[in-house]
Design a protein around this ligand. Sequence first.
Ligand code: NCD
Length: 304
Amino acid sequence: MLKGRDIVTINELAREEIDRIFEVAREMVPIAEGKKKSKLLDGYILANLFFEPSTRTRLSFEAAMHRLGGSILGFSNPSATSLSKGETLADTIRMIDSYSDVIVIRHPLEGSARLATEFATNPVINAGDGAGQHPTQTLLDIFTIVQEFGQVEELKITLMGDLRYGRTVHSLAVALSYLGAEVHLLSPRTLKMPKHVIREMKCKPEIHEKIEEVISDTDVFYVTRIQKERFPDPTEYMKVAGSYVINGELVKKMKSSAIIMHPLPRVDEITPDVDTTKHARYFKQAFYGVPIRMAILALVLGVV
Ligand code: NCD
């Protein structure tokens, strides 16, 4: 059902398609862990085009492809490519499309992945377009919640931190609202969720500025870093840096079953002493990036 499809926003995936991705991802877990071998993507080439820094997204797509016996080409430093000579994104995409079977792109401009789909014949997967969307991150985020709680419905999920510039929370808020979660948004006033994202949500979220309002009854805390690189003015950044910090003391006020997630990288929003508490799930969440991306690749390439 996903063969040949582009994945640019989470909105374009139907509920059954998300369920299918999760079903395949579950089968991929032992392969992602290295316990089982697979040649499912033998002979396929992934083009990984990273115009912005990345650790997890790029490397988990690479790990996914390697674990399934496929190959990878691409770059993580665009200054070393002909783009620095003035080549357009359209020309770069057209050509790389002819070298590969699927393209993964991360770019600082919103709308860049959509543009890439217009010049590629093969599937294009958006790995983050500026402050736009990050749909594969959303899939692994929801997968993590489902693996923990069995479902998303009726869970109280608090997205917190930089809701304005953080793209992971833009895709996630929309998806969670459609999946029946009770979504709460916690941010400083200057970093509120953009109105256009709230309009896309199925149910209106509750808005908070104080962590005390949600600390004791939230099931899932989704913490984000302040997106320093997207601030037009550094003094504005300094005003909000370190707004909410989850530390060992705060964790004691949480429900005993609550989990803490973070797309990573973290800066100082979660102190290291939280890592060893029963609530921390961010490293597990980062691992799930591999089986989820294996499932997405296998599905858009039409091998499962
Ligand atoms: C996020 C991103 O790039 O949007 N990282 C990721 O993909 N795991 C979050 C961030 O940079 O803060």
